[in-house]
Design a protein around this ligand. Structure first.
Ligand SMILES: Nc1ncnc2c1ncn2[C@@H]1O[C@H](COP(=O)(O)OP(=O)(O)OP(=O)(O)O)[C@@H](O)[C@H]1O
Length: 298
């Protein structure tokens, strides 16, 4: 990052989210959430389950309507999804009848229809190579492991050449070895492409290892910004060095203490119970919206 870096590339101001409760009345989940993100910065967002992390992320993605306050990305107030922001969810939702190459091309064609075919091809091949799938472009999802499928999902996101990469528990379904590999893939991409990023994660080690700042959300309902922890490890980051650095344990303890302290605070964090069900909209429905925005479903 240079000194010319925009220190308010993303400005989240007094953000509010209200979902309708079963009686149709507004139920305030997020209230007055404020955060500025520097250009090229990597933020991890942590907090108790149901506090509103995905809600904040999907509002930033433009996939979830904002009830109050606003979000500016690169001087422009967002009012919906756009190619400047790409999202990677826990499950990549690939078209089973299409190869890895075609899955990535689908989004590229939709977002950059006027770009010539050779350039489109170059973008797709580059994106798949960056995630380590240069030799598997012709494979179908059924021929790919879960980790490889998620690599396609990441390639699909970066092929859109976004300015902001949003990651909603992207490694939640993967084994720890694959998780580590993909953390490194993402870190490499962000450094190479100079992207700004936010990851929602439950994994405290991941939050510390990947981010420049860990943003802790208070408990819901009416969740807001709890605390911010600056992570002072140089980049490029070396996994072994970071995990052996005494500072790593201090950061980790800090986050765990925050979460532990909040776990004693009374007050429901879920509007409705029921696994992945979120009131009137399921996480899958939000992902469906994201896929539509990226042109990966009809
Ligand atoms: N579409 C919706 N309609 C109604 N309530 C919703 C909707 N989406 C989320 N909620 C509620 O808003 C709150 C925040 O949900 P959200 O998924 O953002 O939390 P989270 O912190 O990401 O949770 P987790 O860590 O468990 O994924 C929860 O109480 C959830 O039930």
């Amino acid at each position: 990052m240079t000194s010319k870096t925009n220190s308010k590339f993303v400005e989240i101001s007094n953000l509010i989210k209200e979902y309708p409760n079963p009686y149709g009345d507004p139920f305030r989940v997020v209230e007055d959430f404020n955060l500025n993100i520097k250009e090229g910065e990597f933020i991890s967002l942590i907090g108790h389950s149901g506090c509103g992390k995905s809600t904040v992320l999907t509002m930033l993605a433009g996939l979830n309507e904002i009830s109050g306050g606003g979000i500016i990305v690169g001087d422009k107030e967002i009012d919906g999804p756009g190619p400047d922001r790409a999202v990677v969810f826990q499950a990549p939702c690939l078209m089973p009848w299409m190869t890895a190459y075609s899955n990535v091309m689908l989004g590229v064609k939709n977002v950059y229809p006027h770009v010539d075919k050779a350039t489109q091809r170059q973008i797709v091949e580059h994106s798949l190579s960056v995630v380590g799938l240069a030799d598997s472009m012709k494979k179908y999802p059924r021929e790919l492991s879960g980790g490889m499928q998620q690599r396609v999902g990441i390639a699909r996101a970066i092929a859109l050449q976004p300015k902001v990469l949003l990651l909603d528990e992207p490694f939640g379904r993967l084994d720890s070895l694959t998780r580590m590999e993909l953390q490194d893939v993402i870190i490499d991409i962000l450094e190479r492409e100079k992207l700004t990023a936010m990851i929602v994660t439950h994994d405290v080690d991941e939050a510390v290892f990947m981010a420049d700042r860990c943003v802790m959300m208070s408990n819901g309902p009416r969740a807001g910004l709890g605390e911010i922890l600056e992570i002072d490890f140089p980049r490029p980051r070396n996994r072994e060095e970071v995990f052996n650095d005494p500072k790593f344990f201090t950061y980790r303890e800090h986050l765990l203490a925050f979460l532990e302290q909040r776990s004693h605070i009374k007050g429901g964090t879920r509007v409705f119970s029921g696994g992945e069900t979120m009131g009137f909209m399921h996480k899958e429905q939000i992902q469906d919206l994201a896929d539509k925005a990226m042109g990966v479903v009809a």
